[in-house]
Design a protein around this ligand. Structure first.
Ligand SMILES: CC(C)(COP(=O)(O)OP(=O)(O)OC[C@H]1O[C@@H](n2cnc3c(N)ncnc32)[C@H](O)[C@@H]1OP(=O)(O)O)[C@@H](O)C(=O)NCCC(=O)NCCS
Length: 373
């Protein structure tokens, strides 16, 4: 069995950003138009009037101030409220592949590796663009990587599950190094007409190189001390979009064919599960919570992260102990905790312990204990 390290991380951030005020302005224009168009039905009680959104609520309830998106105009157009991503020919790289290439090139550079050093590609994300061929195989071709590639989806936990899968392959000698990427176009599955959730998501892509320790030469290495995953079935975060929709015409276009959630329930049920999984995982490695210098937590909601850190530490976390990126990125699904890792690692001294943790639909929870090399 080989020892395994993370030897490089990369991040692609789309050029456009939408502030809460911009998003709320578009949403409220939609609400006003809807209420005007349905004035008679609303007055007779047949149709319920829609209520406006508010920036102050969004920031207080979630900690989100803005989000990066692959297309701003389509989302903010009150008549459309969906990103506009033009169809591409099969001869062009798809948008997920393109995002993955940008993040992967950065991760390879930080790891000091080239495509020739990589034996496998895993694309792990919430919303794959198509059924097949696997986006990972497209990424492989685009970067000129030999070996194998496959896609996997464990919603917001896709990256930690992907790191475990990659780490297992490297440990067993099936690959010298694996590129694991998380291209997330979350705005594609977000219902921008839903007041409860229209502010939640943004787009981004992260990349991680998982490599045999004895081959790694990077200055940015973390030993993978251990990984621990947990899933427990829940309908509280769900998206019923899929290829069987066409076999049930009555459901086409219904609300549940985009992201839907019971946010309150998710908050209440998931926070204790995450704190417990991390605590047990550390115990299994004879480590104390107080030994951990940094928690790179999934970035869905600031209040969730504050609560999880408080449950673990028995006190409020210092900002540097659980860095926040969701204020400017919103929830980028599987990419979120890796963005936190990517942006907040270089100041850690050699030997420092950190925990990368994801949580989301499934429910699915992941914990990866890392030690700075
Ligand atoms: C979604 C979430 C931000 C909502 O925050 P919350 O404090 O639970 O808010 P609620 O949905 O209970 O709504 C509280 C009030 O704000 C109102 N509200 C909801 N959306 C609003 C909006 N956009 N603007 C203004 N007010 C809004 C509600 O109508 C409700 O009003 P009421 O008290 O008069 O009934 C929060 O529950 C959350 O983040 N949960 C976890 C979700 C998560 O992590 N999901 C993972 C996705 S992968």
């Amino acid at each position: 069995m080989h020892n395994v390290v993370i030897s490089g991380t990369g991040l692609y951030t789309p050029a456009n950003s939408i502030s809460n005020d911009e998003l709320v302005e578009s949403f409220n224009a939609y609400v006003q138009q809807f209420n005007a168009d349905n004035a008679a039905a609303i007055a007779s009680g047949e149709v319920e009037a829609l209520t406006e959104s508010s920036s102050a609520f969004i920031e207080r309830a979630s900690g989100i101030k803005s989000r990066f998106v692959v297309d701003k105009d389509g989302i903010l157009d009150p008549k459309r409220m969906t990103p506009r991503i033009a169809e591409r020919s099969n001869e062009q790289w798809g948008i997920l592949c393109e995002m993955a290439i940008a993040a992967a090139e950065q991760a390879l550079a930080r790891a000091g590796k080239t495509a020739a050093d990589i034996d496998g590609v895993i694309v792990a994300c919430s919303n794959l663009q198509r059924a097949y061929p696997a986006v990972a195989i497209e990424v492989q071709a685009a970067l000129g990587i030999q070996g194998f590639g496959y896609d996997m989806n464990v919603a917001c936990s896709s990256a930690t599950f992907g790191i475990q899968a990659a780490s297992n392959s490297v440990q067993l000698g099936q690959a010298r190094a694996v590129l694991m990427v998380n291209p997330e176009v979350c705005t594609g599955h977000l219902n921008f007409r839903d007041r409860d959730s229209h502010f939640i998501f943004g787009d981004a892509c992260t990349a991680v190189i998982i490599e045999r320790a004895d081959l790694a030469t990077s200055k940015h290495q973390f030993d993978i001390v251990g990984t621990k995953l947990l899933t427990q079935f829940s309908n509280n975060i769900r998206n019923n979009f899929g290829f069987l929709n066409r076999a049930a015409e009555e459901g086409i276009g219904a609300r549940d064919k985009l992201f839907v959630q019971e946010g309150r329930k998710v908050f209440k049920e998931v926070c204790p599960m995450v704190a417990e999984l991390i605590a047990v995982h550390l115990q299994e490695h004879q480590l104390n919570v107080s030994d951990v210098k940094r928690f790179w937590l999934h970035q869905a909601n600031l209040n969730m992260n504050l609560l999880i850190a408080r449950k673990l530490l028995g006190r409020d976390a210092e900002p540097h102990e659980a860095p926040v990126i969701l204020d400017s990125y919103a929830n980028t699904s599987s990419a979120g905790s890796v963005i936190a890792l990517h942006k907040h690692q270089d100041d850690l001294p050699s030997g420092a312990l950190g925990v990368l943790s994801s949580f989301g639909a499934g429910y699915s929870i992941g914990s990866v204990i890392l030690r700075k090399h």
